[in-house]
Design a protein around this ligand. Structure first.
Ligand SMILES: Cc1cc2nc3c(=O)[nH]c(=O)nc-3n(C[C@H](O)[C@H](O)[C@H](O)COP(=O)(O)O)c2cc1C
Length: 205
């Protein structure tokens, strides 16, 4: 069974390089991932006053992330940090307090840029948010995709054959393994606690 992966792209640009990288990942075969891109451009800015009566776009976004087994962030870097539109989506999904749809979901982060350091700053700011969101983030391979340009893609908007596509393919396979490990570990822990609870109940019977 393939794992359902919500891909959140941190760029609204029609010809976004990061969207094309995300599309390429969606198009990979044999990696056990069933990817879909979750739109974030229509999300009203997060405002805690609206928690009791949330906009329908927030509800739609939260439901889409909640239905996924894992989350893949695919984002540019803006001024060495997370683009505001992505930070807004993260904030929307993280609230109301105690009801974050990101909680415990395995995650991976890809950043792509025409620049040479491949969105390193943005990548690590997303990683920092994931710590607070309680998301187990895949550590390796890291994916700071530098020197990405329109020329990196074919007419269908997917990565051309070459080292960049190879790296993204390795990442997608590693992420499938990561999601499997996290979900399986969580299931085993739940079974252990259920067993321990049964034993305790027997002892007290
Ligand atoms: C507001 C803004 C800030 C940017 N800051 C950075 C930056 O800090 N580092 C970087 O590598 N590129 C930066 N860029 C260039 C982006 O990497 C480039 O525009 C890229 O194509 C954006 O990603 P996208 O193609 O997915 O939309 C910036 C672009 C914009 C519009």
């Amino acid at each position: 069974m393939a794992y359902k992966i919500a891909i959140i792209v941190g760029s609204l640009r029609k010809d976004s390089l990061n969207r094309k990288v995300a599309r390429s990942i969606c198009g990979l075969r044999g990696d056990n991932l069933d990817c879909s891109m979750i739109e974030i451009g229509d999300l009203p800015l997060y405002n805690q006053d609206l928690d009791s009566n949330p906009p329908e776009q927030w509800t739609r976004f939260r439901q889409q992330v909640a239905a996924a087994d894992g989350v893949l962030f695919c984002s540019p870097e803006y001024n060495r940090g997370i683009p505001g539109v992505l930070k807004n989506a993260i904030d929307v999904g993280s609230r109301p307090y105690g009801q974050s749809v990101f909680d415990k979901k395995p995650a991976a982060i890809v950043t792509a840029s025409p620049g040479s350091i491949g969105g390193f700053g943005s990548n690590h700011q997303i990683r920092q948010a994931c710590v607070f969101l309680n998301m187990p983030v895949m550590q390796q391979p890291e994916a700071y995709l530098g020197h990405v340009t329109d020329d990196s893609f074919d007419e269908s908007g997917c990565l051309k054959e070459g080292p960049l596509k190879d790296l993204v393919t390795v990442l997608a396979h590693a992420f499938a393994g990561w999601v499997e490990m996290i979900l399986r570990s969580r299931q085993l822990l739940a079974e252990d606690s259920a067993h321990a609870a049964q034993q305790k109940a027997k002892e007290h019977a």
